[in-house]
Design a protein around this ligand. Structure first.
Ligand code: AGP
Length: 620
């Protein structure tokens, strides 16, 4: 989705805004633009495509002023073009918008019937026209925005300025995130904390339908019924440095190499090393920005009858992994589903159900809708996010965290492995709570997990082989990723990575399913990536590999140690250290991440900002 940012302060506003857009560009990069106060009017500069195009334009016409708003776009309504780029300016009103105004066509018709002339195909421009019209009746930006707000249906985070009130910025939201950063002598407002960190760690999360007015660098907040309200700022722990590349060619590569550290953070948060036991007190933690939340009742986990784990994209494959873990360790029935399907298929959520939603960003619209639906259905809910204070984190009953740190690459990597680590510990915790696992078994499981960070580093040290193998991907018509058990979701994730990064048609498949259709796809143009560690599925997976090889398929296999059999049958063999099934997925995912990374890098694609994608999908 789009990224928006606004600034009021003594610094070079254009520089601050462009710097902020750079931190938000992972949210969308079809076009960008700024509107900066220049004397008594707001000058608008926009450009199609990547942010660099806007930077070039700004060199020619740099505007100086204490107040401005900016936008980087992920096109939904209207093709990527300068004409459809934000900010939109109508009668002195400039606006940037993240989200979708669902009733924009009726509003547009009504406005055109009243003589309004539209200069773009976007839904967003409608709001600028509505406010400009209202200002003729109530010539005050805040009052006019509060009057227009109830007419808008859909998801929106919006920043507005007006030539006639050059000292004022008004912002409001429903759905997508909007955070106000309160600096010493400056105020910065935006879609993501990362863009605010260079100026302050003191932030306020706006709730749905809340409005804020920043006037002469003073931020005032208004509740959804228009009353002035006091919002207590909170301290964010992340540092701007964490959002830098630190010498890596891409954020994604840096984040892949940060996985041992991220998993170590999860272990140090949820494992009590002195008692060698798992602890989930944080479930009761109150998320950032929440003060009045009822504590999650941990004893409920003793009697939960069914667990639903719901998410989207990579987070969904982590849910699938969770299903295997929790059912095997704790013996509780687990159901997983895509949030976009679950929310509309009228699922049966019986009493004593726990609904776990997983979301790196904590803002994915479909996943948020499932959370709200589950709460309405009376289920207990737990969120597992990487973003404290995100909407999903704030609205769930219980809170778990991925502890992966800022993840900027659009393709999720360290948040995925951190999630697998949290879910593994959660499975052990439930098993202990329900006496399905002894203290001795818990200690052994924890020992296996504690060895992960060093085992992951060992796998990462083989990166040279992964980039060599990646060169062999060229010239193949299709890619099949195969796995069994906990490595089936990893095969799905591997295929997703190759799709979203190298734009190659890849499919993940349960290896045992091959004979029921996909085997027909196999010939010497098909590259088959088989995850085949020495676990309970080894022999079965090996025979699936042999089936594919027998039809001419070219094999890349991922196995344990020096596996001669696999090596003989494979064009490329990638080795993992000897490991327990409990840690398998967290090791085997690294080669499939790096294979996709190197293929995309060799093809010169923008690895951190793949085409047509965005990091957090805040609309349906
Ligand atoms: C993964 O690489 C993608 N960025 C995408 O599939 C992502 O996992 C999905 O959009 C869910 O995002 P979330 O975890 O922030 O909810």
């Amino acid at each position: 989705m789009c990224g928006i940012i606004g600034y009021y302060g003594p610094k070079d506003t254009t520089e601050v805004l462009v710097g902020g857009l750079k931190k938000l560009e992972y949210r969308g990069y079809d076009s960008s633009g700024v509107a900066v106060l220049n004397g008594s009017t707001f000058d608008v500069v926009r450009a199609e495509g990547k942010l660099t195009n806007l930077e070039t334009k700004l060199l020619e016409s740099k505007v100086k002023g204490p107040l401005g708003i900016a936008h980087t776009r992920w096109a939904t309504h209207g093709v990527p073009s300068e004409r459809n780029a934000h900010p939109h300016k109508v009668d002195g009103v400039c606006l940037v918008h993240n989200g979708i105004i669902e009733n924009f066509s009726e509003l547009k018709e009504e406005l055109m019937a009243q003589g309004a002339v539209f200069s773009s195909d976007t839904d967003s421009e409608v709001v600028a026209h509505l406010v400009a019209r209202q200002l003729k009746k109530t010539p005050d930006l805040l009052t006019s925005v509060q009057a227009v707000l109830p007419r808008l249906h859909g998801a929106y985070a919006i920043l507005i300025v007006w030539d006639q009130q050059p000292d004022t910025l008004v912002a409001f939201k429903n759905g997508p995130p909007l955070i106000v950063g309160l600096g010493k002598d400056e105020t910065v407002i935006g879609s993501d904390v990362q863009a605010l960190l260079p100026y302050t760690n003191n932030v306020v999360y706006l709730e749905d339908f809340e409005v804020t007015q920043i006037k002469n660098n003073k931020a005032t907040f208004y509740s959804k019924n228009g009353q002035e309200t006091v919002k207590k700022p909170i301290q964010v722990r992340w540092t701007p440095q964490q959002a830098e590349k630190q010498g890596y060619k891409h954020y994604m590569l840096k984040e892949i190499f940060e996985q041992p550290k991220a998993v170590a953070s999860v272990l140090s948060k949820y494992v009590n090393l002195s008692t060698q036991s798992v602890q989930f007190e944080s479930l009761k933690e109150c998320p950032l920005g929440q003060t009045d939340q009822k504590e999650f009742d941990i004893s409920f986990l003793k009697k939960v009858d069914r667990i639903f784990i719901i998410a989207c994209g990579t987070s969904f494959y982590a849910s699938m992994y969770g299903e295997y873990l929790i059912e095997k360790l704790a013996g509780i029935p687990v159901e997983v589903d895509f949030a976009s399907e679950f929310r509309y298929r009228e699922p049966v959520i019986p009493a004593n159900s726990l609904v776990v939603v997983i979301s790196q960003s904590g803002e994915t619209a479909d996943t948020l809708a499932v959370l709200r639906m589950a709460k309405e259905a009376g289920a207990q809910t737990i969120s597992l996010t990487n973003t404290r204070g995100s909407t999903i984190d704030r609205e769930a009953h219980g809170h778990l965290y991925m502890e992966a740190g800022v993840e900027i690459g659009v393709a999720s990597t360290k948040a995925f492995t951190s999630t697998l680590a949290v879910i593994s510990l959660f499975g052990i915790y439930l098993a202990r709570l329900r006496e399905k696992m002894s203290a001795v078994e818990e200690k052994k499981a924890i020992q296996n997990l504690l060895s992960l960070p060093s085992q992951m580093e060992a796998v990462l040290s083989f990166d040279k082989f992964f980039s060599e193998t990646a060169n062999h991907f060229k010239g193949h018509k299709g890619f099949l990723y195969l796995g069994r058990g906990v490595n089936y979701p990893i095969a799905m994730e591997g295929a997703l990575k190759l799709k979203e990064l190298a734009y190659m048609h890849a499919e993940g498949y349960a290896a045992g399913e091959m004979k029921h259709g996909p085997l027909a796809l196999i010939d010497d143009k098909m590259l088959v990536i088989v995850i085949c560690p020495q676990d309970q599925h080894y022999e079965k997976t090996l025979s699936n590999l042999q089936e594919a090889k027998a039809r001419g398929g070219v094999i890349v296999s991922i196995g344990t140690g020096e596996d001669k059999k696999l090596k003989e049958m494979s064009q490329d063999y990638l080795s993992l250290p000897k490991h327990d099934w409990l840690t398998s997925g967290l090791l085997s995912v690294i080669p499939v991440q790096l294979l996709a990374y190197h293929v995309a890098d060799v093809m010169g694609y923008d690895v951190d900002q793949p085409r047509n994608l965005a990091k957090s999908v805040t609309v349906e």
